[in-house]
Design a protein around this ligand. Structure first.
Ligand SMILES: [Cu+2]
Length: 282
């Protein structure tokens, strides 16, 4: 019965999802979201092929060891307890082996961090500014045609009407081309935020007075809508500053730029007005 219901509910949801090419977290999903950049692919590979096997082996090893100890050295089988307190060899082993494991994790991890941190020759720049509470996007190289614009979260009714996920969808997404190395300059107007798009492998703090930089290149053929959220606890509306990124082809992006961008929003709807709070609490 439950299965039937799941199938009936699941099939349209599946069709809807694939038709809209929306990639996002799913209810009950485990593992990381599908990577769409080389950096995120590395992160996912590191997690799945290195970290998870190590964790699994350690957990199973400790579990087996504990079960063995509980049975082999139980009180009833050992009425006279052993007085052993030291064993130099075992102590050296349980110090050296974890160090080796950590070193084995550190090397690939440092290589990945370097790849993320070392900006390649980027082809374009977007500037992301965190406000309380919304994101503001600007295209410094196209400032003559694209004004910086505010990206407000869609309230529940608007998100539902647009068939978009509430608390992920925004009225004016960040638009970037695929197959292009995009430099992201990240700063904040007031307090700490963090610009994060999991499928890009991007997460960078937005700090007032400091411009942080990161980069991403979405694979060609992976055009679509991707979502992230502010990932640094920034205040009362932290949950209400989603990140929506629309990845389009290079040609579509050129058209968007030539048209002066599809969005003209420059004012924030997302302030601490009673109106918004009521909408958010629904
Ligand atoms: Cu926040």
């Amino acid at each position: 019965m439950r299965l039937k219901k799941a199938i009936i509910l699941g099939i349209p949801a599946l069709l809807l999802t694939s038709a809209m090419a929306i990639a996002m977290p799913e209810n009950g999903g485990i593992g990381l979201q599908e990577p769409v950049t080389a950096n995120m692919e590395e992160i996912v590979g590191f997690h799945n092929k290195i970290i998870m096997p190590i964790i699994t082996v350690i957990v199973l090893f400790v579990l087996v060891l504990m079960i063995y100890i509980m049975i082999r050295f139980r009180e009833s089988a050992n009425p006279v307890p052993s007085k052993t307190t030291h064993n130099a060899l075992i102590e050296v082993i349980w110090t050296v082996v974890p160090i080796l494991i950590l070193l084995g994790m550190a090397f690939p991890s440092m290589k990945m961090l370097y790849n993320q941190d070392d900006l390649p020759e980027t082809e374009m720049t977007v500037k992301v500014t965190g406000n309380t509470w919304n994101w503001e996007y600007a295209y410094p190289e196209h400032a003559d045609t694209i004004d910086s614009y505010i990206s407000n979260p869609l309230n529940k009714a608007a998100a539902e009407a647009a068939g978009k996920p509430y608390l992920f969808a925004a009225d004016a997404p960040l638009v970037v081309p695929s197959g292009t190395k995009v430099k992201v300059l990240i700063t904040s107007n007031n307090n700490l935020h963090s610009f994060a798009v999991p499928q890009f492998g991007v997460k960078m703090d937005a700090i007032p007075g400091i411009i942080n930089e990161t980069w991403f290149e979405v694979y060609e053929g992976k055009e679509g809508t991707y979502y992230g959220q502010c990932s640094e606890l920034c205040g009362v509306n932290h949950y209400y500053m989603p990140i929506e990124v629309k990845v389009v082809t290079k040609g579509e992006f050129q058209k968007w730029i030539a048209n002066g961008g599809a969005f003209t929003t420059t004012t924030a709807q997302n302030s601490l007005s009673g109106d918004m709070l009521t909408a958010a609490q629904e």
